[in-house]
Design a binder for this molecule. Structure first.
Ligand SMILES: *Cc1c(COP(=O)(O)O)cnc(C)c1O
Length: 388
């Protein structure tokens, strides 16, 4: 779907169409591994990622979902993979070579940390600097002559730290490096990194984009030339492809994305304000609060502030556990961006503690505000806080 219609309309229509065989107004789930070959297949490139040959090369439902996501992010093309981590590792695998240097947010998704801090350097001699990308001076200082890629996660997981996409894109362009932005916490409804100068935007579709906690997926969106390279090198050869069924579920989830993001954001702001005013709460990190250190950048590049709040209580490990286990509505579980509220406590022995902002180092809670009624969520937090 081309420009000229609004985001909400694209969420409903982009990538959908009339099924040619049945006339159904919703494209079907095509769970086939293989497609009928052309009459003369003697010259086929078996690694072709544009032809429907085999589901690892591409599948019909994958193509429909790619069309929807490219449209929502305002990108030329998209590749959808099996998970957010499949998307990130495919980008790193495709664009880093044995002598490359990469700059990355020092607190980012755990698999990114594992890949760039340990696996890629040890296996392939890739050099990585993990720096606080919310500080432009740190980004500039980390530049080397062989810096090929800058990867930022904004808002960051779990710190909610914000990196200035437009400013970092200027730095990346000035040295001929690619800027990749993990925009999972925001979704394309709240933030569109390509318009701010990023080369590639990455999502865990598992989170807000699917939004219902029942399918995993990942996506990379950007210029066709870059996306083709990811498909040719990483998708078909590493094989982290999405199941057509999951692609279909995610396509269905996206229809309500704008409505969900609005509710998540409105609710989270109220809850963050409630937590900030509570005497037992030690700190609250939410980009929508005036007290957030990068609130001014968040206001500049996001339309609302999404549904993730990190906070800590004035208590020890046992007290935090007591709080979490006293919750009746909010579920202790990993993942985020689901319909239901989810909460996770990380204790003070996290291996990445030295990278966290000071207030996170005594342990912290990551809270993904769900779509339940705001007052019900606040009441649940209140009664659990009363128990400690
Ligand atoms: C969850 C998450 C990922 C990884 O996505 P999966 O779908 O779990 O592989 C990457 N980045 C961020 C910011 C995430 O929250």
């Amino acid at each position: 779907m081309k420009d000229g219609v609004s985001f909400k309309t694209k969420c409903v229509h982009a990538g959908n169409g009339i099924d040619k065989e049945t006339g159904a107004i919703r494209r079907p789930i095509i769970m086939a591994n293989s497609y009928r070959l052309p009459e003369d297949a003697s010259n086929l490139n078996w690694s072709d990622t544009n032809l429907l040959i085999y589901t690892r090369n591409t599948s019909a439902n994958q193509i429909y979902l790619q069309e929807k996501l490219a449209s929502l992010e305002g990108g030329e093309d998209c590749v959808v993979l099996a998970s957010g981590v499949a998307a990130i590792s495919s980008v790193l695998f495709t664009f880093l070579n044995k002598n490359s240097h990469v700059i990355c947010s020092n607190v980012s998704y755990i698999a990114v940390y594992r890949l760039l801090n340990e696996l890629f350097p040890e296996k392939y001699g890739i050099k990585a600097n993990l720096v606080d990308t919310s500080n432009l001076d740190e980004v500039k200082k980390a530049i080397r002559p062989n810096t090929r890629l800058i990867h930022v996660e904004t808002p960051g997981n779990p710190t909610t730290r914000i990196s200035d996409i437009a400013e970092i894109s200027k730095i990346a362009k000035s040295i001929g490096a690619l800027l990749t932005v993990d925009s999972t916490f925001a979704s394309p409804y709240l933030q569109q990194p390509l318009k701010l100068g990023a080369d590639l935007v990455i999502h865990s579709l598992t989170k807000y984009i699917n939004g219902h906690g029942d399918a995993m997926g990942g996506a990379v969106i950007g210029k066709k030339e870059l996306i083709d390279k990811i498909k040719r090198q990483a998708m078909v050869n590493l094989g982290g492809v999405i199941s057509p069924f999951n692609a279909w579920l995610i396509m269905r989830g996206i229809v309500t994305l704008p409505f969900r993001m609005k509710q998540h954001s409105k609710s989270a702001l109220k809850i963050a304000q409630f937590l900030e005013s509570h005497p037992k709460v030690r700190f609250v990190a939410y980009p929508g609060l005036e007290s957030h250190p990068q609130h001014h950048i968040a206001k500049k590049q996001m339309t609302m502030f999404s549904g993730i709040i990190s906070f800590g209580l004035k208590t020890d490990v046992d007290g935090h556990n007591k709080f979490i286990n006293s919750l009746k509505l909010i579920i202790p579980a990993v993942s985020l961006g689901h319909d239901e509220s989810l909460i996770v406590y990380t204790g003070p022995n996290d291996e990445r503690n030295h990278f966290y902002p000071e207030e996170f180092r005594n342990g912290h809670i990551r809270f993904s505000v769900g779509l339940e009624d705001t007052e019900d969520i606040i009441n649940d937090l209140k009664q659990a806080l009363d128990k400690i």
